[in-house]
Design a protein. Structure first.
Length: 289
């Protein structure tokens, strides 16, 4: 894990010695926050790189390959997403994409680690202006809460149309965000028609965790969908899981609203291609049905 001086590279090591890395020029920042070790590197060809506990969170060039499928799939499948909750996502990329939707009246982001928000604001060109307005409480439709998303969801009186979980992997500290109890809280806090989405890890390298999360979500939501997307910087294909409450068909998206967004990576006109997968994954999912 980490910075390899000989090659001037940062490499994230996944299980069984699978590595994903970038050539880097230098490390710009490093700190131990209250929750994790945070590093920022300047890469040779992908802008700055944000690393938490040795795992790649994003590179500036190509971050949309993660934030677009995470956010716009559910936002465009929901008929009228007005109230949105983002859990995690302290860099602001997910909330930035949420706020591009005109239907949104209020979007709340609950991030446990203010160290991530601060470092993203200071060093990353992801959502600088948005983070600045959020910190000052000046974003008309957005709100930033520094706190534990698990506790927030359990206690809030609010109801949401869409809940987006932009967490670290389903191993380690974020594990609670993949528990049945948490999914139940999320289901309860969704409006009668609502969508829940979580990133769910590398399809090839975290297959077991992905299937566990799929089965657990199936115990809670009315329907559960799995899709994957090639994300720059991660051991792709990367998995996403969507939980549906009530009458929404996640296989269809609103192409009129999609036009205005003019997306770069996720192609709403080819939404069905999200559900292509290796045959063994399809068989594993069918066993879980
Ligand atoms: N959220 C974390 C995705 C997980 C990355 N995992 C990994 N590299 N092992 C990304 C935060 C971007 N808003």
């Amino acid at each position: 894990m980490g910075f390899n001086n000989e090659d001037n590279a940062f490499i994230e090591w996944y299980p069984r010695g699978y590595g994903v890395g970038f050539k880097v020029r230098r490390r710009l920042f490093e700190t131990q926050t209250d929750y994790q070790r945070l590093e920022i590197y300047e890469t040779e060809g992908f802008g700055k790189l944000l690393v938490l506990d040795g795992t790649v969170q994003l590179v500036e060039v190509g971050e949309e390959s993660y934030h677009e499928p995470l956010v716009h799939t559910v936002m465009l499948a929901h008929p009228n997403p007005r109230r949105i909750l983002v859990i995690g996502g302290g860099d602001g990329g997910a909330l930035r994409e949420v706020l591009r939707h005109k239907t949104v009246e209020k979007a709340t982001m609950v991030e446990i680690d203010d160290g991530v928000v601060e470092a993203s604001y200071l060093y990353l060109d992801i959502a600088k202006d948005l983070l600045d307005r959020l910190i000052k409480g000046e974003e008309p439709r957005g709100k930033l809460i520094i706190g534990d998303g698990v506790k927030y969801l359990r206690e809030t009186e609010e109801r949401f149309d869409v809940i987006i979980v932009d967490s670290t992997d389903p191993v380690g500290p974020a594990k609670l965000l993949f528990s049945e109890e948490f999914f139940r809280d999320a289901y309860e806090k969704l409006n009668d028609r609502g969508l829940y989405i979580t990133q769910a890890g590398s399809v090839y390298l975290f297959t077991n965790e992905l299937m566990d999360a799929y089965r657990t979500m199936k115990n809670v939501f009315d329907r559960v969908y799995y899709f994957s997307f090639p994300v720059i910087g991660y051991a792709s294909p990367w998995g996403f899981l969507v939980g549906v409450k009530g009458d929404i068909d996640f296989t269809k998206v609103d192409l009129e609203r999609a036009k205005e967004l003019d997306l770069y990576y996720y192609d709403p006109g080819r939404h069905e291609t999200l559900f292509q997968m290796p045959r063994y994954i399809r068989k594993l999912l069918e066993e879980g049905d």
